[in-house]
Design a binder for this molecule. Structure first.
Ligand code: C5P
Length: 220
């Protein structure tokens, strides 16, 4: 069984998806982490981020794995190396759009994700899971929240990790990322017609998870 959670940055998708997966005993697939991991590799290899062909070639010779271990945070492996922390750096976040806008790279990513979805029951979060990657998913959710709330959540998250954060920069970057995700030609951020909209503006993480869990349980 595949459950998809799409939505904009800062809506809480990863946190909710992780907890929902745990509750259901499913694997968790953070597809944003995969785009981020390839960005790390492209930056390290000094591939020109505007060079679509080079990015596709790089994707084809890269191995990205998501490791679900009981009781452990998701591990993101880039050619076997644990890059779970490196992928969260601000410059990686801001450069991921070059990778995500490249159709050939998305094609490679979608194939990997579909392969993972065939292997195990899972909860995946991203932008295009309900529309492109798993159009036949059993349950689809679109998690959204007001812009100001999404910004505040990101600020709290970075502060809790001890990372410096300028609220104005963060607001600008998040708005820019929303725009890039929505306006991209291939695999844009979009609510699938059959996805259930969950507005988490006034919901706690637990409430969002419980809401999704009860919708799933009522049908299986
Ligand atoms: O979810 P997260 O914010 O970590 O994703 C990082 C970036 O990866 C997003 O801004 C988006 O551009 C891209 N992404 C995507 N398709 C997905 C997941 C993430 O294009 N399925």
């Amino acid at each position: 069984m595949v459950i998809t959670i799409d939505g904009p940055a800062g809506a809480g998708k990863s946190t909710v998806a992780k907890l929902l997966a745990k509750k259901l005993g499913f694997a968790f697939m953070d597809t944003g982490a995969m785009y981020r991991a390839l960005t790390v590799k492209a930056m390290r290899c000094q591939v020109r981020l505007e060079d679509a062909e080079a990015l596709v070639a790089l994707a084809k010779k890269t191995h990205i794995d998501l490791l679900n271990e009981p009781g452990q945070p998701l591990k993101v492996l880039l050619d076997g190396e644990d890059v779970s922390e490196a992928i969260r750096a601000t410059d990686v976040t801001n450069n991921t759009f070059y990778i995500a806008r490249t159709p050939g790279v998305r094609h490679v990513m979608v194939e990997w994700q579909q392969l993972m979805g065939r292997r195990q029951s899972m909860v995946g979060d991203g932008r295009d899971l309900g529309t492109v990657v798993f159009p036949e998913a059993e349950f689809k959710f679109y998690l959204d929240a007001d812009f100001a709330v999404r910004c505040q959540r990101r600020i709290d998250e970075l502060k809790s990790k001890g990372q410096p954060v300028d609220p104005k920069d963060l607001e600008r970057d998040l708005a820019e990322r929303d725009h890039q995700d929505i306006s991209r030609k291939v695999g844009p951020l979009k609510q699938a017609d059959d996805a259930i909209l969950v507005d988490s503006t006034r919901m706690s993480v637990e409430e969002a998870v419980d809401f999704m869990f009860s919708r799933i349980k009522s049908k299986i």
